[in-house]
Design a protein around this ligand. Structure first.
Ligand code: DSN
Length: 428
């Protein structure tokens, strides 16, 4: 029945809007026949996909369950309550707001709820692995608030080279007394010491915020330590390692903070919640609560470590020397001084491997060029690839990069990738 409904929808798009339908079909083929190595992307289940394309999109449900500004919200209340209940169960906390449209919105709502314009907060700078909503100058967070950035360890002789410098972070925070300390990153391959950040925040009387957008799935399954009970407030996306629909989520154990967050999300920042997306989030949370999701997350990390080891064998330097989570940052200069992230991304795409260029710490190249590539294993793991295939992927990556985008090499690798993708199809 559900499938029939989906097919009806599909053919309705084809009949009503052939131009968009062609693009969707091409995109579906692109996803099915390429290896998705972008650390922040994944392939959702058929159930999540279906939930996101339902009649729930027709409804305004401004407000919260039991307190809406529109009639007709009976089933929307039920859906949102289920989503909240599953989110709190998944992350082991008391309160959840499932309405943020994205991770950046979840962060904006947190700033709106807990800081005043001009307040100081501490974070990792974007170029060291942070996120644009963590204080980038032209983002709301850098324009209306005052970021101070704690460093990585930049001393080559330190065994923790390019990992967070917790001592320096403490010193910086004691000096500037930020109102909030923000940890959690977009391009950081190591375990985050939430307890240490809690101690730092405590010493300077700050709120501790953890943005676990990248590692949410790993946190939910215990594959990465949880920010609870250390963080006062936790934000995340729902579509990276958590493998849900695109969206945001805010979690806390503190009732007062939860009330402020609810007000900040609506009416502070957003209007009507996207109820079809909230339903899809609920379905994804339900999937993440199953035992097989834990095994999936363990495999993500095993795959990342296998890929990292294979790349290191080929002479690539990885930022911080390796990975503990789902991603790694490859310093391309280590293989060939003139290799850039921009060229690498373009050449690899032609060969069927989708990546993103990414700065490495102290990168001398501009953000549109960069010296690095960020690689992640969540999407490859979803399609069933394991350690043996990671070695193969490393071979392909190296062949394409060292050929400097030679079209003949790209075509040959593309053919082999198409064959591999056929053996490991997408979930739908
Ligand atoms: N753009 C996301 C990422 O790729 O990490 C973060 O918002």
């Amino acid at each position: 029945m559900a499938t029939d409904t989906l097919n009806d929808t599909v053919s309705a798009i084809a009949a009503s809007d052939p131009a968009i339908w062609r693009c969707i079909q091409s995109e579906q083929k692109r996803q099915a026949t390429t290896l998705e190595l972008i650390a922040s992307e994944n392939h959702v289940s058929k159930a999540v996909m279906e939930a996101a394309g339902t009649c729930l999109t027709n409804k305004y449900a401004e407000g919260y369950p039991g307190a809406r500004y529109y009639g007709g919200c009976e089933f929307h209340d039920q859906i949102e309550r289920i989503a909240i209940e599953r989110a709190t169960q998944l992350f082991g906390c008391k309160y959840a707001n499932v309405q943020p449209h994205s991770g950046a919105n979840a962060n904006a709502a947190t700033f709106l709820a807990l800081l005043n314009a001009g307040d100081t907060f501490a974070s990792l700078v974007l170029s060291d692995g942070g996120h644009l909503s963590h204080g980038m100058k032209i983002n709301f967070s850098g324009k209306y608030f005052k970021p101070i950035h704690y460093p990585l360890i930049y001393d080559l002789n330190n065994p923790k080279f390019e990992q967070i410098d917790y001592d320096a972070a403490e010193k910086l925070c004691l000096e500037h007394k930020p109102k909030m300390v923000l940890c959690g990153y977009s391009a950081y391959p190591r375990v985050i010491d939430f307890a240490r950040f809690h101690a730092i925040a405590d010493k300077c009387g700050a709120i501790l915020m953890a943005d676990i957008a990248h590692i949410a799935g790993l946190v939910a399954t215990g594959v990465h330590p949880s920010p609870f009970p250390h963080a006062h407030i936790v934000t995340t996306t729902t579509h990276k390692t958590l493998r849900g629909t695109r969206g945001g989520l805010i979690l806390t154990n503190d009732e007062e903070i939860a009330k402020k967050i609810d007000k900040a999300v609506f009416p502070g920042l957003q209007g009507g919640p996207l109820m079809h997306i909230i339903a899809a989030k609920a379905v994804a949370f339900g999937e993440a609560l199953r035992p097989e999701f834990k095994e999936y997350c363990r495999q993500i990390v095993r795959n990342a470590q296998a890929l990292a080891a294979a790349l290191k064998e080929k002479g690539y330097r990885l930022v911080s020397g390796g990975t503990d989570n789902h991603l790694m940052l490859v310093d391309l200069r280590s293989r060939s001084a003139d290799l850039t992230g921009a060229d690498g991304e373009k050449w690899l795409e032609a060969a069927g491997m989708i990546t993103n260029k990414n700065g490495v710490p102290n990168d001398t190249r501009p953000p549109k060029v960069t010296s690095g590539l960020r690689l992640g294993t969540p999407a490859l793991t979803t399609r069933g690839l394991k350690e043996a295939q990671m070695k193969q992927v490393a071979d392909w990556l190296d062949r394409v990069l060292t050929s400097k985008g030679d079209p003949a090499v790209a075509a040959q690798v593309r053919g082999q990738i198409t064959e591999l993708c056929a053996k490991f199809p997408l979930p739908h």
